[in-house]
Design a protein around this ligand. Structure first.
Ligand code: FES
Length: 120
């Protein structure tokens, strides 16, 4: 069962950018699209672990900054012909605040909310 953690205001995440949530199990990138939809993925590209939080967000995708693989924000999966997925996490927005759903194992190690991604 997910435990919801408040990350702060939606307006604190730049459109077409991201914020990073650091956990004991790795960083999670929280993305905001141009249409104010929010998604959360492990901040590791399914190719060679590039930092997706530093990628280019467009539509419902992010382009990895290392080798330009395109990863779906909703499912964390690479767009064909590339293959592989990175974990995705439930996220919701209520009254202008962003909440990230983490299971107990991950939630225990949450430490900080920092960083920004690039934007187009
Ligand atoms: S590490 Fe992301 S495309 Fe290679």
């Amino acid at each position: 069962m997910a435990h919801w953690i408040e990350l702060g205001k939606l307006s604190d995440i730049p459109r077409l950018g991201s914020r990073i949530v650091s956990t004991a199990h790795g960083d999670i990138a929280v993305f905001r699209t141009a249409e104010d939809r929010v998604y959360a993925l492990r901040d590791r590209c399914p190719h060679r672990g590039g930092p997706l939080s530093q990628g280019i967000v467009f539509g419902e995708h992010v382009a990895c900054p290392l080798h330009d693989w395109v990863v779906g924000l909703a499912d964390g999966c690479a767009q064909a012909p590339d293959e592989g997925c990175t974990p995705s996490y439930p996220v919701r927005v209520e009254n202008g605040f962003v909440y990230l759903g983490l299971d107990e194992r991950v939630r225990g190690g949450v430490t900080i909310l920092t960083g920004t991604g690039t934007r187009r």
